[in-house]
Ligand binder design. Sequence first.
Ligand code: G6P
Length: 369
Amino acid sequence: AAIEKGGYDHFMIKEIHEQPHTIQDCLRGRLDPAAGTITMAGVENHLQQLINAPRIIMVACGTSWHAGLVAEYVFEELCRIPVEVEYASEFRYRNPIIHKGDVIIAISQSGETADTLVAIDRAKEQGATIFGIVNAVGSSIARLSHAGAYTHAGPEIGVASTKAFTAQLAVLTMMALKVAAAKGTIDVKRYQHLCAELAAIPEKVALVLQKAADVKKIAARYKDARDFLYLGRGYNFPVALEGALKLKEISYIHAEGYPAAEMKHGPIALVDDQLPVVFVATKDSYHEKIVSNIQEIKARKGIVLAITSESDEVIPAMADDVFAVPEADEIVAPMLSVIPLQLLSYYVGVAKGFDVDKPRNLAKSVTVE
Ligand code: G6P
């Protein structure tokens, strides 16, 4: 087992550190930033359906559902197609309305999650086109889909999903770029810029991982907190949800993720000098807004831990702790901002003495409903 873990203490930390390679594997043979091409056979074969789709419905569970939420923002922005993101378990039981032409994107690491599988089976019966974004080759969801794209992250052993998530984001972003280019909803300059930004992600993830020891120190300071709040806006809102989920799964600390502005409609009542609030606040079009959200928390004596961009000088002056990631376009930033949150949950879990590869009550793949 020690050999399988490649010298790491746990599969989870090994898989976190694999991400520069897994994202690269996912992009390899598909994205050519110099030529400005994205090759994805599954997307090409269904390009007309995607371009003309009146609606895209993302169906998934858990971390994969969070990837779907990021993709909602990306597809709506780049492709101008309305997107809905559904928990598979809710979608399958409520007699959902599916229009002719709707495209369902099923997202799953294992390809075996029962709720996701049944949900797409029902939608298929009603005539929807099913596109699978799956990690496990030949899995049930991959086989049931009309078309798809594998995430090529390799086997994920740690129960808490890490490398599968960033690979899902990479695939979904390539897919959105390809559809947007074919549909004409993105201009050439922005398309080329985003291709280059995506290609630069593996290297930037490696830079973030070089500073893992900084997250370990932060984890030691925060590990005894009873609750955590995670806040983000825009593309980083789903990252806040994912950060909170990771902490719950691995360290058994209650954590909530919220859109940063929505917190004044409830969670702000929880803020006191004992509550760590993690802001996912890399530089993007929401930056000024999130700065005022940080002020709102500081005014109530909350403890602020911020994930920022390296060039940011405003937030470090306000926050109690800061972890900076390299600059990146907001569309691809979640692949960077999620890394310190994965590390934080890992190091808090380890510091508390838990078996992070086998968190209690959780299963790697939920094949029962
Ligand atoms: C379980 C796992 C999660 C995963 C979710 C969905 O809850 O513990 O890590 O995100 O299932 O799994 P899938 O394989 O469909 O992505």
